[in-house]
Design a protein around this ligand. Structure first.
Ligand SMILES: *Cc1c(COP(=O)(O)O)cnc(C)c1O
Length: 382
């Protein structure tokens, strides 16, 4: 039997996370590669999932757009935290994690021949979903500048062509930990309005901020009608295996995304949808506490790495710190599990450009695990 070559994903191979996590297991390494926490989320939220399963809520197909309680909780969350108004019935869609939301948005809002602009380094599913949609992308490079990562507005303007349909923006940003400022978002907004573009925003780290403030792009004047806001429960509630995400957008955009979503998975994560309602309704203190805990984990890792002589910036948000090795970071990361018993991700996989000087370490791990990784790193050459 011959397989027809679609070619769309030929360039992608196996995700680096599967590869490095397997290497972590084989070498008994401390895994600071994949970004998942090693402690579970709040007990109320976990109990709520168990109760939903026992009570028969969500064990069968939930409604296509998501359970009404969760759509309302998402709309309430957007109003409570950011003063944004979304109609829970017409403007909120529950998805199988942010990953499905991003895929459905790209598939639903672009046509072959269109172009998408992304910021590199980028979350690894972006390029794959863009390729699945049969569209091209251009990337704008984020670079360290005065202690944080930012972009050159002229490079963003130059990446936009007559074919550009949308900009895909991730803030707070994985892997750099940058939180886009109001001024940076204004640059994006001005270009989107000028060229009549849609902007899809991935805001899964909206609550994991240590310095700075999360500003949803949709709150910038002129952007509410052209922004697709995506987030999910995985990072906020330390339940990355649950895959409950959501999209907020005006009906004309949301309709296109729902069209795709219904044939990707139709629905998912039934009982967990009820549990995420509990999560979104937790008191503000929960959200402050999780950011505080991660901030101290960030400081433990970043101070430790700096103490070992690594060139590392202190991220403003997310789960990740990036180390600048100057060169050959991929080879360094591949040797590290054997040499030191630690796994990090070579940031090269997050770039289109041939940039191989950065390695990404996750700090969403218990302090004793981070301390052990630092102890092991003392043994290796930088
Ligand atoms: C983890 C992550 C996602 C995936 O979110 P899920 O809800 O698990 O699908 C999407 N975007 C970024 C930037 C992430 O880090």
């Amino acid at each position: 039997m011959t397989l027809a070559r679609t070619g769309r994903l030929d360039a992608f191979g196996t995700t680096i996370f599967a590869e490095m996590s397997a290497l972590a297991v084989a070498t008994g390494s401390v895994n600071l590669g994949q970004g998942f926490p090693d402690t579970d989320g709040p007990a109320e939220v976990l109990e709520s999932a168990v109760a939903a399963i026992r009570d028969g809520r969500g064990n069968q197909y939930p409604p296509g757009p998501g359970i009404p309680e969760l759509r309302q909780a998402v709309a309430d969350h957007q109003r409570h935290w950011y003063g944004m108004e979304f109609d829970a019935d017409a403007e909120v869609l529950v998805t199988v994690g942010a990953t499905e939301a991003i895929a459905a948005a790209l598939l639903g809002l672009t046509e072959p021949g269109d172009e998408v602009v992304v910021f590199e380094p980028y979350y690894d599913s972006y390029a794959a979903c863009i390729a699945l949609a049969g569209v091209q992308h251009r990337s704008v490079t984020l670079r360290p500048d005065a202690g944080r990562w930012s972009f050159d507005p002229d490079e963003l303007a130059a990446a936009i062509t007559s074919r550009t349909r949308l900009i895909l923006l991730n803030t707070p940003h994985n892997p750099t930990g940058t939180v886009f400022t109001r001024a940076e978002l204004q640059v994006v907004a001005d270009l989107a309005v000028e060229h009549d573009l849609i902007v899809v925003t991935d805001e899964v780290y909206e609550h994991l901020i240590f310095d700075g403030e999360h500003i949803p792009l949709a709150t910038i004047a002129g952007m509410a009608d052209r922004t697709v806001t995506i987030s999910s429960a995985g990072k906020t509630f330390s339940v990355t295996g649950w895959k409950v995400g959501w999209v907020c957008a005006r009906p004309r955009l949301l309709h296109r995304i729902r069209q795709v979503k219904q044939f990707l998975t139709y629905v998912g994560s039934g009982p967990f949808q009820y549990a995420v309602v509990t999560g979104l309704q937790l008191p503000r203190q929960y959200f402050a506490d999780i950011a505080d805990r991660l901030r101290s984990q960030r400081d433990l890792l970043v101070d430790g790495l700096a103490g070992l002589g690594y060139d590392v910036l202190r991220p403003q948000a997310t789960y990740f710190a990036t180390v600048d090795l100057g060169r050959d970071a991929e080879a360094w990361c591949r040797a590290l599990p054997v040499q030191a018993g630690v796994v990090a991700i070579p940031s090269k996989v997050f770039y289109d450009s041939d940039i191989d000087r950065y390695a990404r370490f996750a700090f969403c791990k218990r302090p004793d695990v981070l301390a052990e990784a630092l102890l092991r790193l003392e043994k290796v050459a930088r």
